[in-house]
Design a protein. Structure first.
Length: 177
């Protein structure tokens, strides 16, 4: 076994990324305190060729020094749009035909490992604040909630870690489709 060189990875340029067909999945980041977490989620969105990231409320958005530090260029490739609040982002996405799922532990939430996504569905997933999660008012206008099964004591993950898990699980279904 040999580690691949950078030249062997077939990395897309920013222009190639922007022209590529994307997985119809948008990430909504609601009131995320850490710009570093935003950068990490941007990097994940780039890795999985997602449609884009919508930031809301006081979530930092590009251009931003701390985002750039963890995004490693994904802040240049991934489409971003900022909204004053989660409701504005969700209404915009619904007008474009997206189903909206909040990632939150709620009554009646669906377990991530049991989700089945229909090919062609346009989906947006909402991730909330590192301490308080997705706002109840936002949950109320979502189509459903999904949660990551957790077996330990904490039942809590860093938002960028949770995003990585959820986005891969969803992207995988689009890729296998």
């Amino acid at each position: 076994m040999r580690k691949l060189s950078m030249g062997e990875l077939n990395r897309k340029s920013v222009e190639e990324f922007k022209k590529s067909e994307k997985i119809p999945l948008v990430v909504v980041l609601e009131n995320i305190r850490s710009a570093y977490n935003v950068g990490s989620v941007l990097r994940t969105a780039d890795a999985f060729l997602l449609q884009g990231i919508y930031t809301t409320g006081y979530t930092a958005h590009p251009p931003h020094k701390q985002i750039s530090k963890t995004a490693l260029g994904a802040d240049e490739s991934v489409f971003t749009r900022h909204f004053s609040d989660g409701a504005a982002a969700i209404h915009s996405l619904k007008e474009e035909g997206y189903k909206i799922w909040a990632v939150e532990q709620t009554e009646g939430s669906y377990l991530l490992n049991q989700l089945k996504i229909k090919q062609g569905d346009k989906l947006a997933v909402v991730f909330g604040n590192e301490v308080t999660g997705v706002e109840q008012s936002t949950i109320a206008i979502c189509d459903a909630c999904i949660e990551i099964p957790q077996l330990g004591m904490k039942h809590s993950l860093n938002v960028s870690v949770a995003a990585g898990i959820v986005l891969w699980e969803i992207a995988k279904q689009y890729l296998e489709g």
